[in-house]
Design a protein around this ligand. Sequence first.
Ligand SMILES: *Cc1c(COP(=O)(O)O)cnc(C)c1O
Length: 322
Amino acid sequence: MLDGGVLRISAGAVVINWRRLRDLVAPAECAAVMKADAYGLGAERLAPELYAAGCRSFFVALPAEGIALRQALPDDSVVHVLNGLMPGTAAEYATANLVPVLNSLTQLREWHGLAQSSARRLPAVIQIDSGMSRMGLSPEEMRSLPPIEELSIHLDLRLVMSHLACGDEPDNPANGEQRHCFMEAAKAFPGLQRSIANSAGCFLGPEFHFDLCRPGAALYGLTISPASVPLACAVTLDARITQIRQIEANTSVGYGYTFRATGPMRLATLGIGYADGWPRSASGKGATWFDGTRLPILGRVSMDSTVIDISELPRDGLFPAI
Ligand SMILES: *Cc1c(COP(=O)(O)O)cnc(C)c1O
């Protein structure tokens, strides 16, 4: 009663989505990408639920996220660090039992060096750049890669992976081109498991699933590509109405008077704003919903309040009216 709104996160919905994706991509393994605190939904709370459902492979972006996630998960799970090995930190990855996604020859040498000097066989994933120019070994680096038999003496190479740039556009020829480039480059690692699919890749069909899929967004109910399985909504945000008012034509709304009414309207002021993470970029174009009715945001989103148009709702359609 004392707050402006309530954000609800459903761990159950995340587990439902993981199971649907697991069934979709089987026999490939379905991992869970939990970077950025599980897309803001709380990695340490969600990971054990996914583990209980059978998920064993987890991906984060940064080693600090990995260390926190490791503590939330049993030992027979694997936590991979997508951003690779930060220079000079190999010992910390090894101590924390993190698997780096090696993105360059420098990272490969550093991880290999630690394994050699500590007489251990360290687990590793190799990423190949198949077109996105973001992370992974370039075609040039691939040509100067030491033979895999030599690397495998000290490294337990688990997986070779790449990442799709345009997976959310199913008809984009870049998807097939990246897949082809990945398969060619992965020939340098015969017998190694392969992975290229993020959420959008899971929906591109079995030829993109390989041995392991890495959905993030879809687990949390988000898709920007046509999803081939229904996804459960994992997040809802309810806002409290702090005022309702009637305005006449030519009345302005909010900072900068960026909205001006052309006729009579009913407005509601909500008790949440950009301080709550409601994006200021939704000013004048975002919307809220009440019982399936779209209620547009009028004018600028303020720090702790937002004005919406409720003219579409029956007069007694909202309660408690103030
Ligand atoms: C973020 C990320 C994913 C997950 O992507 P979604 O689009 O959220 O499914 C998978 N792989 C890599 C390398 C990523 O960076």
